[in-house]
Design a protein around this ligand. Structure first.
Ligand SMILES: *[C@@H]1O[C@H](CO)[C@@H](O)[C@H](O)[C@H]1NC(C)=O
Ligand SMILES: *[C@@H]1O[C@H](CO)[C@@H](O)[C@H](O)[C@H]1NC(C)=O
Ligand SMILES: *[C@@H]1O[C@H](CO)[C@@H](O)[C@H](O)[C@H]1NC(C)=O
Ligand SMILES: *[C@@H]1O[C@H](CO)[C@@H](O)[C@H](O)[C@H]1NC(C)=O
Ligand SMILES: *[C@@H]1O[C@H](CO)[C@@H](O)[C@H](O)[C@H]1NC(C)=O
Length: 453
């Protein structure tokens, strides 16, 4: 977790260190005796101040509580990332992936530190070969997985990309398991939908589950007459009473039709208002994962007939009208709103997922860009930078109770995991170097999400 962001103001570090140590002592003293401690812990946990399982080892955790404060991320990551990008120019062929398991046995980077879990930077680590991956079968998960992302059902011949898991440097990844009485909501663009389908496959192990209930109607997720599909899906597992849902909101903004009667109406896209669905159902969520990013371009704005609005008025402000600025403005607005809602929804753990990287080379999606590499981790298997490559998302969550689900850099290493030329229509000239095969890279996003819960 980039929890260190909380302390990014250097001058505050010393006093915050003292506060953290004080809180830890207080908590340890109070923990076993009073219910107050439990409530207090939840609050602290939510704001990422103290590692959640600090009570396990007093001496260590006291030391650690202060360390955590020291690990604030500075803002130089753009530079670091640039450097890493350059390193891509000189790929080390063959890589050491075959030896990673070996090295793990030698404990090179598996020295687990008790109590470190919740303060760990999950984005920093490496991909390791693991024959326990994938977590479900691409043939089996038909009930939840769209054909278009199910690469096992296409002509693709190589699947070595399925056999890796993400290993953070400094923290243990728990075994993935389901949850009890929880509602997990993913809201965002089609990459959010991929993550949703991945989650459904992970929770079911890719098995058919006829008893799972379609509860879309409880969230207004029904197919409108004439529509291709509903705006989202919601499924409930009767045995655990856990609901997993996805809602399509590519910009996360409220969209308001400018004409009720005109079927080809444009929409006021209110940059400073969260999608109605979010406002409406937030109180029912235990876990919320937001994402946006790939629709912030002229083509998508024109295709969707989105007109930017802010403060209820069309945007004429030149600065804001720049789409990158508008995106930054929106992400900051949504995160700030979500943060303001957290005190009213103490059960809610809110995440903003960083952008999923694209890998088109020699062109873009519509100009012959491709991603033909099939060798896993051809350009390296490691992320060592201290901050996110998604500076917009990282800066938006800084100082808020919204956590970063930072998957950008680790996914950047996995160019072989896209749909590539193997779409549902056979071998395609237009490649998809944006969406991912499932099982595949988004499974790791969900593992990291669960580790952060
Ligand atoms: C607690 O942590 C300290 C310092 O890392 C270690 O020496 C000690 O053995 C640990 N105690 C327990 C009970 O794990
Ligand atoms: C990342 O943070 C660690 C510990 O805070 C520090 O030792 C290291 O130098 C940092 N690495 C980079 C690349 O900034
Ligand atoms: C693994 O590393 C050892 C040395 O530690 C080396 O002898 C061996 O060739 C490596 N294996 C592969 C497959 O790279
Ligand atoms: C199921 O979980 C929801 C929370 O998601 C809770 O409100 C409800 O009471 C639970 N139902 C049962 C039967 O436990
Ligand atoms: C993004 O928005 C925030 C909040 O409005 C602002 O402080 C920041 O400077 C913006 N960053 C960029 C790159 O526009």
């Amino acid at each position: 977790m980039k929890g260190g962001d909380f302390y990014s103001v250097k001058g505050k570090q010393i006093s915050l260190t003292l506060i953290a140590v004080f809180c830890t002592v207080l908590l340890i003293l109070a923990w076993e005796k009073t219910p107050f401690a439990a409530t207090f812990l939840l609050q602290k946990e939510k704001y990422g101040i103290v590692p959640r399982d600090y009570v396990k080892n007093t001496s260590y955790d006291l030391k650690f509580a202060s360390q955590e404060v020291d690990t604030s991320h500075s803002g130089q990551l753009g530079q670091q990332y640039g450097q890493r990008d350059k390193a891509f120019g000189a790929p080390q062929k063959g890589l050491s992936v075959m030896n990673v398991t070996e090295r793990m046995k030698n404990n090179e980077y598996m020295k687990m530190i008790p109590g470190k879990k919740s303060a760990c930077d999950y984005a920093k680590g490496r991909w390791v070969a693991d024959d326990k991956r994938p977590l479900y079968s691409g043939f089996g998960c038909k009930q939840w997985l769209s054909r278009m992302w199910s690469c096992r059902l296409t002509q693709r011949p190589d699947f070595s990309f399925e056999n890796f898991r993400w290993q953070p440097d400094a923290c243990e990844m728990p075994e993935f398991e389901g949850m009890q009485d929880k509602t997990i909501a993913l809201v965002g663009d089609s990459l959010g939908r991929t993550q949703f389908q991945s989650l459904m496959c992970m929770v079911t192990g890719g098995k058919e589950r006829p008893e799972v209930l379609d509860v879309g109607i409880e969230y207004g997720l029904v197919k409108a007459p004439g529509a291709l599909r509903p705006d989202g899906w919601a499924y409930r597992f009767p045995e655990t009473n856990t609901t997993i849902l996805y809602y399509w909101s590519a910009s996360l903004c409220e969209l308001e039709p400018l004409s009720i009667s005109d079927p080809s109406t444009s929409y006021a896209m209110h940059l400073d208002r969260p999608a109605t669905f979010l406002r409406h159902y937030l109180h029912r969520f235990d876990v919320l994962v937001l994402n946006t990013g790939h629709h912030w371009n002229r083509g998508k704005f024109e295709g969707n007939r989105w007109k930017m609005y802010a403060g209820g008025m069309p945007v004429h402000d030149e600065k804001l009208a720049d789409i990158a600025k508008a995106k930054n403005f929106t992400i900051h607005s949504i995160v700030r709103w979500l943060d303001s809602q957290l005190p009213n929804h103490p059960q809610l753990k809110a995440f903003f997922r960083t952008i999923s990287p694209r890998h088109f080379i020699n062109g873009d999606w519509n100009t012959g860009g491709s991603c033909d590499n099939t060798i896993p981790l051809f350009h390296g298997n490691q992320v060592s930078q201290n901050s996110s490559s998604d500076t917009v998302a990282e800066s938006a969550v800084r100082g808020t109770g919204v956590k970063l689900l930072d998957i950008t850099s680790l996914s950047q290493l996995r160019d072989e995991g896209h749909i590539s030329k193997y779409g549902t229509k056979g071998i395609n000239l237009m490649q998809d170097c944006l969406h991912w095969c499932l099982p595949g890279i988004p499974d790791a996003w969900n593992e990291i999400l669960f580790a952060q819960l």
